[in-house]
Design a protein around this ligand. Structure first.
Ligand SMILES: NC(=O)c1ccc[n+]([C@@H]2O[C@H](COP(=O)([O-])OP(=O)(O)OC[C@H]3O[C@@H](n4cnc5c(N)ncnc54)[C@H](OP(=O)(O)O)[C@@H]3O)[C@@H](O)[C@H]2O)c1
Length: 327
């Protein structure tokens, strides 16, 4: 039986992704074979598919780091055909081992998590790494910043992860300010929980190393100049959680926010396999206080055949929310 997948090849030093026909034996070995129903499109996936940076570390390789579907074969006692499962955040999945953009995937059992009974697999993938990483940052804010301390700024507001951060923070009672490069999306950002929407260039009042104190906390998805602006305009004792590099992987800033305003910069890595997501994952489940209230406004389906075109748009910051590939 043959099936379709997107595979990335290295040809004359160029990273090129194309649609291919494969058989199960062509996939990397693993104990569990899963028929893919849904796969996520993270910023990292779009970079991988488009050959930007060095996301894919082995060639050829199928990109895509998150999926959900039904087990068709298993040589591991924990899983049997018919089980509804998800793979998210397996260390090499979709980077150094064949990943999610394939009608079938084959992986080690240790990377496989169960879709909880009563949960739609679309919702699991729609939340995925984006919502989980945001939740880890939100928990850090919740631990150290009171709702009465002042507004929390979320940068890259219309992005998948940032949209979830806005939704969750608002749900916990924080005043949320979204910064965005797309002011035309103000209505969307307010509809998912932002009380105010500002442009990327309006985060700080000016260019000085310390500007007017505005933010009691921040969740930053973009790095670079916007993160520097957040730090320069953060309030005394503010907590700034950084997890992204959509603007730049380089941060040039001054020491003053740290030594004069005791601002904390906290690095967030949400890339934990599902079986290790614990308490935060449980809070994100239906009925939990971190379950995104606007999940179906933030996430939307796209067809597998439109994936390459969609990834090109992601690299131009031309999307909002979080796409879920349907197979
Ligand atoms: N550390 C971790 O574990 C982890 C986990 C998940 C994601 N991430 C990182 O978080 C970031 C967001 O991921 P995502 O999947 O949510 O991506 P996404 O849905 O593609 O969103 C990225 C958003 O960033 C903003 N942006 C894009 N290019 C920009 C630029 N040149 N300057 C300033 N802002 C820009 C855009 O929002 P606006 O147009 O609204 O400004 C865009 O919608 C990525 O860097 C990703 O690698 C890290």
């Amino acid at each position: 039986m043959s099936f379709k997948a997107i595979k990335q090849f290295l040809e004359n030093d160029q990273r090129i992704s194309r649609l291919v026909e494969l058989n199960i034996e062509d996939l990397d070995p693993g104990e569990v074979v899963i028929k893919t129903q849904y796969a996520a499109v993270n910023y990292k996936d779009a970079r991988g598919v488009m050959g930007v940076g060095k996301v894919i570390g082995r060639f050829p390789c199928i990109p895509g780091i998150e999926m959900a579907g039904t087990v068709t074969e298993s040589s591991h006692p924990d899983f049997k055909p018919g089980d509804l499962v998800t793979v998210q955040g397996g260390r090499d999945f979709g980077m150094r081992r064949d990943g999610a953009y394939s009608e079938y995937v084959r992986v080690p059992a240790a990377w496989v998590g169960r879709v909880p009974a009563g949960t739609d697999p679309f919702d699991i993938v729609a939340m995925g790494l984006a919502a989980y990483t945001s939740a880890v940052a939100v928990v850090e804010i919740e631990r150290r910043v009171k709702t009465t301390d002042g507004p929390i700024i979320v940068t890259g507001g219309t992005g998948g992860s940032s949209s979830f951060a806005i939704d969750m923070l608002a749900g916990l009672g924080y005043e949320v300010v979204a910064s965005t490069g797309k002011k035309s999306e103000e209505e969307y950002l307010k509809s998912i929980g932002a009380t105010r929407v500002i442009g990327r260039d309006e985060i700080a009042g000016g260019d000085k190393p310390l500007e007017e104190q505005r933010w009691a906390g921040a969740i930053d998805a973009v790095g670079g100049a916007p993160l520097d602006a957040v730090l320069r305009s953060a309030k005394k004792h503010a907590v700034v959680c950084a997890f992204g590099n959509a603007a730049s992987e380089t941060l040039t800033t001054s020491i003053y926010p740290f030594i004069l305003r005791s601002v904390s910069l906290v690095g967030i890595n949400g890339n934990h396999p599902v079986p290790q997501r614990g308490k935060t994952w449980a809070r994100m489940a239906k009925g939990g206080d971190l379950h995104p209230k606007h999940l179906h406004q933030i996430a939307y389906p796209i067809k597998f055949e439109n994936l390459l075109e969609h990834c090109a748009k992601v690299m131009q910051a031309g999307i909002r929310g979080r796409a879920v590939v349907t197979f």
